[in-house]
Design a protein around this ligand. Sequence first.
Ligand SMILES: Cc1ncc(COP(=O)(O)O)c(C=O)c1O
Length: 392
Amino acid sequence: MALSINQQAEKLVVPGIRQFSNQLVDYPEAVNLTIGQPDFPTPESVKRAGVKAIESNQTGYSHNAGLLELRQAASRFFLDTYGFRYDPETEIVITNGASEALDSVFRTILSDGDEVILTAPIYTAYESNIELCGAKVVYLDTSDTDFLPSPERLENMITPRTKAVLLNYPSNPTGVTIPPQLMDQLVEVLEKHDIFIVSDEIYSENTFAGQHMSFAAYHQLRDRFFLVHGLSKSHSMTGWRIGFLLGPAQWMKHVLKVHLYNSICASLPSQYAGIEALDNCRDVPAAMNKEYIRRRDFVYRRLTEMGLDAVKPNGAFYIFPSIEKFGIPSFEFCTRLLKEAGVAAVPGSAFTDYGEGFIRISYAYSMDILEEGMNRLEKFIESLSGSPMGNR
Ligand SMILES: Cc1ncc(COP(=O)(O)O)c(C=O)c1O
């Protein structure tokens, strides 16, 4: 009998972003604006906390839910920063990055045939995690509403098969944040239906206008609400793999089993580094944001001057301009941009079909790199338009 593997695994495709960045090796001189991680080093004291943990032989397993000390630090952080309380003993699990938090929560709540509503364009790892559970993704188009989800559309999409809604604000790939009034309206819809809400707020510390508001602040949703978070973006710790999953005790006890059978616990030295990040480095994201805002303003201005329309992002470190007017599919646009002008940006189609007609530019790069990237992009656009700034 021929060997076969899990059909859902077989169906998974290499992420569009990876398919595109695989081409980059052939263009070593290209200005790469594709990377989704901060270009700042991990804070010194956080690195020292990790080193100290290793040197003092804190290199074994921890409690499956993570060190209680780290869970307490996380609980304090969310209480002090956003005013909501999660019990470190029963409502918080430390995961291997937000990625594992997402995987564990989906595998806990989803069964064959369930549907999950996702706003789109969106980070594509969700879809794969959801489909591996035998569940189906249903996309709520935001490409014609400035990347903000319409409450009416959400309401119309909820059916008896809907098991969960996933929200990701600030958003990857668009950088948009969600205004409080719209949050209220979405919550009004969600309140009426017995479904889970998973909110990936990994970019919450990278909010540029006002304070981030979390969906966790809505008490009426709390008994079926999961908050996904982590230190990858806020403290430039992508390689340390520390994430947080917060949710109601009645469901978290099941999530904990899924998590522990998958990975036992998060890396212990990284957990010690995480305590330092949460307790003593709370102002680090603000310092990074100062720089991101400068870069965002620069990139936004240059794109606008080139005649590219973009929603001005208020969070994360991405901008998602439209390239629709050139009539070229985004994968082809980005491939030509790379080959002809030496700039790498991610095709919008890497973020679902609803991202077609856009490209994602990361500004987690120095001003020098961004300036060179924008100069090259401008020349490329001129070559497409046939004349300098011809499409303005
Ligand atoms: C929206 C979003 N969620 C989750 C992740 C994964 O984060 P982590 O490194 O904590 O696994 C990313 C990484 O780019 C992301 O953009």
